[in-house]
Design a protein around this ligand. Structure first.
Ligand code: GLP
Length: 242
């Protein structure tokens, strides 16, 4: 695992954008794994800024896989992860919606959503670079503490801590869904390169546990220690516990 402590979150965004652009430039059919949450937003803005300035690579051949999705939001809800990724990144990069795959949270789709998502991922040849954030409780995607280290894409129940953390995107905690579909930890480990971004003091304890603590389901992000190609980009406050 390569841990790169940087000064600011802008430095993290610039370096993360460089890593993603390199994959897009060098692979013939690049597959990007995309995370939501606040942490990757400056990176996505940097990619869009470069694209609009004509300085980015061509995204024509890119396919994207969203890491996770809420269950129970009305279709098109602005906080669904499908809508968020389209708004924050893929629309602006000119990546057509049919090239952006996410777990299917519709009531009809739900029973087979995990299986179909895994099949689509395999058919695309797997993820070249997977962008990840980390939850304050050490979760990865929506794999809460206690998640099986070998888990695949499936339905999960959110902890109150995560619902509280994510309430800022909604009117109140009551509006935050209780259930989600998420790539499993085993799914995440299949990506060829994992790019974990961590910014802010609120991530210091979780990042230290993930990178330097024991491998344990109590800290799902500790599975990163099992992967042969992980890059951790963190700002000063997030690196404080290392
Ligand atoms: C969310 C997402 C994760 C994200 C994490 C941290 O619940 N499902 O993919 O990494 O929480 O979010 P943030 O970056 O907003 O702190």
């Amino acid at each position: 695992m390569e841990v790169v402590p940087l000064e600011t979150s802008d430095d993290v965004a610039r370096l993360a954008a460089d890593v993603i652009e390199t994959v897009v430039r060098t692979r013939t059919s690049p597959v990007l794994g995309l995370a939501t949450g606040s942490t990757p937003l400056p990176t996505y803005r940097e990619l869009v800024r470069r694209h609009v300035a004509g300085a980015g690579p061509s995204y024509d051949a890119v396919r994207c896989f969203n890491l996770d999705e809420y269950i129970g939001l009305p279709p098109g809800h602005p906080e669904s992860y499908r809508a968020t990724i389209a708004r924050e990144l893929t629309d602006a990069l000119g990546i057509a919606p049919e090239r952006v795959h996410g777990p299917d949270p519709t009531p009809e789709g739900l029973p087979t959503a995990g299986e179909r998502y895994e099949a689509a991922l395999a058919a695309a040849g797997g993820v070249d670079v997977q962008v990840l954030g980390i939850g304050s409780d050490g979760h990865l995607a929506f794999n809460e503490p206690g998640s099986s280290l070998g888990s695949l894409t499936r339905l999960k129940t959110l902890t109150e801590e995560t619902r509280r953390d994510n309430a800022r995107f909604f009117g109140s905690i009551d509006e935050v869904p209780r259930h989600v579909l998420t790539q499993g930890l085993g799914t995440i480990l299949r990506a060829r390169h994992l790019l974990l971004l961590a910014t802010g003091a609120g991530k210091a304890a979780a990042l230290a546990a993930a990178v330097e603590g024991p491998l344990t389901a109590s800290c799902p992000a500790s599975v990163l220690q099992l992967h042969p190609h992980v890059t951790v980009l963190c700002d000063g406050p997030a690196a404080a516990g290392l």
